[in-house]
Design a protein around this ligand. Structure first.
Ligand SMILES: NC(=O)c1ccc[n+]([C@@H]2O[C@H](COP(=O)([O-])OP(=O)(O)OC[C@H]3O[C@@H](n4cnc5c(N)ncnc54)[C@H](O)[C@@H]3O)[C@@H](O)[C@H]2O)c1
Ligand SMILES: [Zn+2]
Ligand SMILES: [Zn+2]
Length: 391
């Protein structure tokens, strides 16, 4: 089959690789009808995710048609149309039973490596390094889905691929980011990053009752989409983010701040962003946490900082003095997608939200390598790319 494979920094190729096979009775094989490129894939593209090997199949936002099931998969049949969560979860362990699917303690066969880095291992993920299981990803013609009796959700024929694909990741992620803000009537929520995840966080914050949402980015098309969703926008290259949030909140600060940017914040945004860039480039640091610092600074006393932007290692110069003295709450996770997916599918079915609003580009799988660059560089108004491997 054809699949997008990582070969090194800025080197994604559309290769021919062996078709996936059923390896376990709980596996299913999916013929991929649509898959998307995520901001998390850009961290792989940019070479900041350790544990990748040349030839690894990438991608974790995937849906398609079931073509084969293992003998223990009773809930799916060939022909079913499903969306696959990016988190691989057994459904039965301590964490899965509590709804913390992205903490599954049985789905990462390389958990010892993750434990060395992070103390404990999270769940395995599709197409996201050997530290997180080394599972081939879903930017491919076919995908093997482990624990297929737990992850994939069937979707009705009345909804198009573009309307349901993002249930695999970015819609639940944006929703979780907003839910973790514990939104109360009248609240102002500030969202850093108006990329696909930030845009879902903005819409979710309004669905959960926010009065005002402030979106921070610099890309005109993305700020326009944020305004289209009802947000007030700040261009971080034109305005002082802290001063503007102070103005908009009567000098108190935002009730909650969402970091939907993560480790690849714009290196030119501020002096600390430039220093972070130099430290990472010279192996003196692992991450570039400018947005997290600014989110803490802009959050009101006893407010919440909700992180969904991904970080990898050991973050420098985080203002914990500000956080403890002012009673901030921190919430964060790789999204336990299985916890949210049925509820959010219902919102799509009821017409509460049409997730296809973020899509700017459709392309064939062969065009994937070029689309990584287009998406990374935000060229041609690109906000979200959907690939159709069989079109
Ligand atoms: N926690 C999870 O489960 C999960 C799931 C999906 C994605 N993510 C992460 O969410 C983040 C965003 O993903 P995306 O797909 O929207 O990516 P993206 O790269 O398209 O969007 C990031 C946006 O942040 C903006 N930005 C950069 N520097 C900024 C700054 N200093 N202030 C404000 N905005 C700034 C960029 O202009 C861009 O629009 C990534 O880190 C990704 O890895 C996490
Ligand atoms: Zn993702
Ligand atoms: Zn589990």
């Amino acid at each position: 089959m054809k699949a997008l494979c990582w070969h090194g920094k800025h080197d994604i190729r559309c290769d021919t690789v062996p078709d996936p096979q059923i390896q376990h009775p709980r596996d299913a094989i999916i013929k991929v009808t649509s898959c998307a490129i995520c901001g998390s894939d850009l961290h792989i593209y940019d070479g900041v995710i350790p544990g990748m090997k040349s030839g690894d199949v990438v991608g974790h936002e995937t849906m398609g048609e079931v073509v084969e099931v293992g003998s223990d998969v009773k809930n799916l049949r060939p022909g079913d149309r499903v969306v696959v969560p990016f988190t691989i979860s057994c459904g039965e362990c301590f964490f899965c039973k509590r709804g913390f699917f992205s903490g599954c303690e049985r789905s990462n066969p390389n958990k010892e490596t993750a434990e060395k880095l992070w103390g404990h291992s999270p769940a395995g993920l599709f197409g996201y390094s050997h530290i997180l299981g080394g599972y081939p990803g879903g930017q491919a013609e076919y995908l093997r889905v482990p624990f297929a009796d737990v992850g994939p959700i069937k979707v009705p024929p009345s909804l198009s691929d573009d309307q349901v694909l993002f249930l695999s990741d970015i819609f639940p992620t944006g929703y979780m980011a907003a839910e973790n803000c514990n939104i109360q009537p009248g609240d102002t929520i500030a969202v850093w990053g108006a990329g696909p995840v930030g845009l879902f966080a903005i819409r979710s914050a309004f669905m959960l009752g926010a009065d005002t949402v402030i979106a921070i980015d610099t890309v005109p098309e993305r700020l326009a989409l944020a305004r289209g969703a009802g947000a007030t926008t700040i261009d971080f290259k034109q305005e002082d983010v802290y001063e503007k949030i102070q103005d908009l909140t009567g000098g108190r600060g935002a009730d909650a701040c969402i970091d939907a940017v993560g480790t690849e914040a714009d290196p030119t945004a501020s002096a600390d962003s430039i220093i972070d860039r130099i430290k990472v480039a010279t192996f003196m640091g692992t991450d570039r946490p400018h947005v997290l610092r600014q989110a803490i600074h802009c959050c009101r006393n006893f407010g919440t900082v909700s992180l969904v932007g991904v970080y990898g290692g050991f973050l420098d110069k985080i203002p914990m003095g500000s956080a403890i003295n002012r009673g901030l709450t921190f919430r964060m996770a790789q999204t336990p997608v299985q916890h949210y997916i049925a509820k959010l599918l219902k919102l799509v079915e009821e017409g509460e939200i049409d997730p296809s609003f973020v899509i700017t580009h459709h392309a064939a799988l062969e065009d994937g390598p070029g689309m990584y660059k287009t998406f990374r560089d935000k060229m041609d108004g690109c906000v979200k790319v959907v690939l159709r491997p069989h079109a």
